[in-house]
Design a protein around this ligand. Sequence first.
Ligand code: ADP
Ligand code: MG
Length: 247
Amino acid sequence: MSNTDFVLALEDLTVSFDGFKAVDALTLYIDKNELRVVIGPNGAGKTTVLDLICGKTKSSSGSIKFKNQELTMLSEHEIVRAGVGRKFQTPSIYENLSVYQNLELSYPVGRSVWGSLTFKRTAAVSEQVNKIAAEVLLTEQLHMEAALLSHGQKQWLEIGMLLMQDPELLMLDEPVAGMSVKERDQTAELLKRICQNRSVLVIEHDMEFVKKIAHKVTVLHQGKILAEGSMEHIQADEKVIEVYLGH
Ligand code: ADP
Ligand code: MG
C-alpha cells in the first residue's frame, strides 16, 4: 500500500484462533481527528481488533498502518511510544493514590523538558496534569484518593492517564458501561473535545451514546464489516437491523 493521509489503515487484517477467524480480512481506514464507533453483536471481534492494533494479539495476516508505519511487527511498548493509547474495559488506576499522582505517574518518562533540570520538569509535569485534569472533569478531585471517585470518574481518570501521553490515536472499549445517564452525557462531550486533537476509536453498545459522538459507525459481524457509514445510514440498513439493532 502506498502512503496515505489516514491516521490508521487496517488492510486485509486477519487473526485466527485454532482455525476460527475472529477478525476476517478486515479493511478499515480512520481519518485524522475522526471519532469512529465500532458496534456489533457479542463475539463479533470488536475487542480483538483493538487487541491487534495495540499489539496484545499478533495478526495472522494483513497490515496495520499508523501514520504509514507498520505496527504488526512492533511490541506493545513500541506501539504506545508510536502514539497509540488504549483503554481496557476495566479501569487500571492506582486506587490508593490521588488523582494528581495517578496522572503524574503517566507522564512520559523519556520526555525531555528543555534540558533536564528537575524543577523545570516538575513545572512541565504539573502544568500537563492540571490541563488534563480539566479536560477529564476532575479538577475538583485532583487531591482526592482515586478509590473515592465514582465509577464514571474512575473511567475519566483512566482516559486522563492515557491523554498524559498525548496519543494521536486513542482507543476505548465500552467506555460508558456502568455509567449514569449524566456521566454518559458528560463522557460524550469529553470525547468530542478530545477528538479535536487526535483520532478516537470507540467500541460501544449504547446507541443513544453512539448517536451523540460518532462521525462514522462501523458494524462488525463475525469478524467482517457488515455496514459502514453515518448513524442514519446504519440504522436504515436491513442487514444491521437483522443481526444487531433489531433486538
Ligand atoms: P467482541 O468484543 O465483539 O464481543 P471479541 O473480539 O472479544 O468479541 O471476540 C471475538 C471472538 O474471538 C469470540 O468468539 C472470542 O471467544 C474469540 N477470541 C477472542 N480472543 C481470543 C483469544 N485470545 N483466543 C481464542 N479466542 C479468542
Ligand atoms: Mg468486547
